[in-house]
Design a protein around this ligand. Structure first.
Ligand SMILES: Cc1cc2nc3c(=O)[nH]c(=O)nc-3n(C[C@H](O)[C@H](O)[C@H](O)COP(=O)(O)OP(=O)(O)OC[C@H]3O[C@@H](n4cnc5c(N)ncnc54)[C@H](O)[C@@H]3O)c2cc1C
Length: 383
């Protein structure tokens, strides 16, 4: 087994590291306080090919392997999870799903725009009444001649107010549970679609999270993505790969927590010596370091399985579960190293903890990941 990065992988990682140092880090505190990442970041991400990683070049993507995608996602997560989320959703959940399930016309319509950053995508699955139980969603798409007419509400949609296209999941027939769900590509400027920013988030404050309301939204039947009734499978296949991206972003948070805590522990003195020389502070640092390595290795394994064409969904759930919980632990331990200064937003660790906290909730909570892993082990579904 070779865990060393190739020259190309190291180059793309360094490109992302430099990008974060130049375009993200100087603005992180201001964006967090303003609850708004500067939207020009999207075009810059597109220019470097970060919104087209693993998407075929014939559709404007930059190709590449999934480990490279993880490396970029980790670096972005190390800089700002609000920026990382733009890529994970617009590329990871939307563009890659269009690349896998879309018709030739849908690929030509959306992929060059999404991969260049000219357009942004969002993923509309969660509803006010259905989060973990997404298969029971109630948004309806009713066939009317050559169109579908959609009514319903989507909640907590990342990129929601910025998006040009919504990958939307709606019920097209009365079959129970997930069997009646279909996927659609809805232009965000379609009449009847309105968006409201969700304010007051604990973390990811710079990210455009929205509620989407659809009132008699009429779209041509050609906007159906994949076969009718296959929407839930499409959503689950998108989320399985998406979990690798969230896990990589969590590794970035954990690495940022380690970097900040080690630096601070070397500078801050108490009892006449650097706090790094106190053994209980070293314990905090070593707990962080083990979590960083374990989370990264679990995440890289998912990328390796995908690139080999092997089954990866359970490994992705393990990586997402471990890395998200580890990111929370690492940020919390780092805050402890910072003492009272960690509690103030001039220092980075408080934001890392606030941003980390949602990682155990979205793209399947930690409890849902455990049920997926348990089902794979026993063959028995607890859902
Ligand atoms: C900032 C943010 C961004 C998001 N972005 C998106 C997005 O882009 N697109 C999108 O579609 N969604 C998005 N979500 C929604 C997210 O995926 C859901 O919040 C998540 O799936 C949990 O659903 P819920 O909030 O309704 O919680 P619930 O499903 O109500 O869960 C509440 C609690 O019950 C537990 N629980 C539920 N069912 C079970 C069970 N069977 N066994 C054991 N425990 C269980 C959960 O683990 C949790 O602890 C986002 C959420 C947030 C906060």
């Amino acid at each position: 087994m070779d865990l060393a990065l190739s020259e190309e992988q190291e180059a793309v990682r360094k490109l992302a590291e430099d990008f974060v140092a130049r375009e993200v880090t100087p603005h992180v505190v201001a964006w967090d306080r303003a609850e708004n990442v500067d939207r020009s970041i999207v075009g810059k991400l597109g220019e470097l090919g970060f919104l087209g990683l693993t998407v075929p070049e014939e559709y404007g993507g930059s190709g590449g392997d999934h480990l490279s995608y993880c490396l970029v996602t980790e670096e972005l997560g190390r800089g700002d999870s609000s920026v990382r989320g733009i890529v994970s959703v617009s590329l990871g959940l939307v563009a890659k799903t269009i690349a896998s399930w879309g018709s030739e016309e849908q690929k030509r319509q959306w992929l060059p725009r999404l991969t260049s950053g000219e357009a942004i995508g969002c993923f509309g699955l969660t509803e006010p009444g259905t989060g973990s139980d997404a298969g029971n969603l109630v948004t309806r798409a009713v066939r009317d001649g050559g169109d579908y007419v959609i009514n319903g509400t989507k909640m907590f949609i990342t990129n929601g107010t910025w998006a040009d296209v919504v990958l939307l999941f709606a019920r097209t027939n009365d079959s129970p549970g997930h069997r009646g769900v279909s996927a659609f590509l809805v232009s965000a400027d379609t009449p009847g679609l309105s968006r409201r920013t969700v304010h007051g988030k604990l973390g990811l404050r710079g990210q455009a999270t929205a509620e989407l309301v659809l009132q008699d939204v009429r779209i041509p039947a050609s906007c159906l993505l994949g076969p009718e009734g296959k929407g839930f499978s499409i959503a689950m296949s998108a989320l399985a790969k998406g979990r690798m991206s969230v896990a990589a972003g969590c590794v970035g948070i954990a690495q940022a927590a380690q970097d900040a805590a080690v630096r601070y522990a070397g500078e801050r003195e108490q009892f006449g010596k650097a706090i790094a020389r106190h053994q209980l502070v070293q314990e905090l640092l070593s707990d962080i370091a083990v979590d960083v390595d374990a989370a990264r290795l679990l995440t890289w394994r998912v990328a390796d399985l995908i690139d080999r064409g092997q089954e990866f969904a359970t490994a992705a759930s393990k990586a997402k579960l471990y890395a998200s919980e580890a990111a929370v632990r690492c940020a919390n331990n780092a805050l402890q190293v910072f003492g009272g200064y960690g509690y103030i937003d001039e220092y980075p660790v408080g934001k890392l903890l606030r941003d980390a906290r949602v990682m155990t909730l979205y793209e399947g909570t930690s409890q849902i990941q455990k049920l997926i892993i348990g089902r794979a082990l026993t063959g028995v579904s607890a859902f």
